[in-house]
Design a protein around this ligand. Sequence first.
Ligand SMILES: [Ca+2]
Ligand SMILES: [Ca+2]
Length: 93
Amino acid sequence: MGFAVTTKSKEGNHCLTKEQLKSIFLKHDNNHDNHLSRKELRQAFDELGAFSSRYRAARGLSHADADKDGQIDMVELDDLVNYAYKLGYTVHH
Ligand SMILES: [Ca+2]
Ligand SMILES: [Ca+2]
C-alpha cells in the first residue's frame, strides 16, 4: 500500500476513510472465501498498527459477528468497518 498507519491521532494526520478501512480488511481475506477469519482479522489490524491485534480482532469479532460463526462475512463487514472507523486509525502523509 505504501503508507504507514498508526493508532495515534496526531495533528496533520488524516483518519482512514471507511472505504480505505474496508479495502484493507478485504485485502486480508487471504483465501478469498469472502469471510474474514479471526486470523485474517488479526493480520488486518496488524497492518492498521493496532497495539494488540489479537485483542482488536476479538473485539471486532464480538462487535460485528452477528451470526456468531466466528467469521466476518460481507454483510457484517460494514459493522466491522464502523467499529474500526471509530478507533480513528490514521494515515501519515
Ligand atoms: Ca477468508
Ligand atoms: Ca459471521
